[in-house]
Design a protein around this ligand. Structure first.
Ligand SMILES: Nc1ncnc2c1ncn2[C@@H]1O[C@H](COP(=O)(O)OP(=O)(O)OP(=O)(O)O)[C@@H](O)[C@H]1O
Length: 234
């Protein structure tokens, strides 16, 4: 049984089929890349998974349970984390308190201080725990967002454009970090930086015009003619 499963997902906006009958499986412990040209439907698909918008057709299950009708916060409590869209950083609060607030607003199970400390250690921000979030560099802010998501102990973590705006050195560190999260956390990675996807993902799903164009290993996706054409035509 796959951890997160979508069947026949559909979402139209007026005449535009943003997501048009997508089947998708995230297996336990994997890093799964989601790519596609601009407007392919990636953001809409992820919004359907996280519960930010509702599908017109189709079903989503998490560990075999139907979550299609659950609101976003209930999905977070069940272990579906969507770090970069649902968390808000308070610049006047410390790094530690920002993570603590995220835990209290989310699933909030277990010892709060221990959860926060563990999440900060996972992303390497322990030394900055007492700094005001507003004083952090952009790269550190992205790590703080990740810590806020991790502190909720997700089973699935959806990372939407996590390396956008990061410097090359920061991207290398980020790749190591994400790899270290698995197999405990399974990751769906939406990423425009193809080198990052190819290096991190065990499997890749390619969307084009709201449909699954291809699915396979990085090597298979790289060699796929339809994928090459979709990107050249974009
Ligand atoms: N709220 C909306 N109202 C109308 N059309 C929308 C809406 N959201 C998305 N679309 C359209 O649906 C299609 C898919 O958009 P989506 O943002 O999901 O693609 P994407 O793959 O995430 O693109 P990008 O890589 O540029 O972020 C596009 O044609 C877009 O214009």
């Amino acid at each position: 049984m796959s951890l997160l499963r979508a069947r026949g997902l559909q979402r139209h906006f007026g005449g535009i089929a943003a997501v048009d009958g997508v089947d998708f499986d995230l297996e336990k412990g994997e890093i799964h890349g989601l790519i596609g040209p601009n407007g392919a439907g990636k953001t809409t698909f992820v919004s359907l998974l996280s519960g930010r918008i509702a599908p017109q057709e189709g079903r989503i299950t998490l560990e075999g349970e139907d979550i299609t009708a659950l609101p976003a916060h209930a999905r977070v409590r069940r272990g579906l984390g969507y770090t970069f869209q649902i968390t808000a950083i308070f610049p006047g609060l410390s790094v530690f308190d920002n993570v603590a607030l995220a835990v209290q607003g989310g699933r909030g199970r277990g010892d709060l201080k221990a959860l926060v400390a563990r999440a900060l250690a996972q992303v390497g921000l322990e030394a900055l725990r007492d700094e005001e979030a507003g004083t952090l560099s952009y790269g550190h802010l992205r790590l703080l967002e990740l810590a806020m998501g991790l502190a909720l102990q997700p089973k699935v973590l959806i990372l939407d454009e996590p390396t956008q705006g990061l410097a090359a050195g920061e991207i290398a560190g980020f790749i190591q970090l994400v790899r270290g999260l698995t197999p405990e956390v399974s990751v769906l990675l939406i990423e425009h930086n193809m080198a990052v996807v190819m290096e991190l993902a065990q499997r890749i799903t390619v969307l084009n015009f709201g449909r699954v164009l291809a699915q396979g290993s990085p090597a298979e996706i790289r060699a796929n003619k339809a994928v090459q054409e979709a990107y050249l035509g974009a």
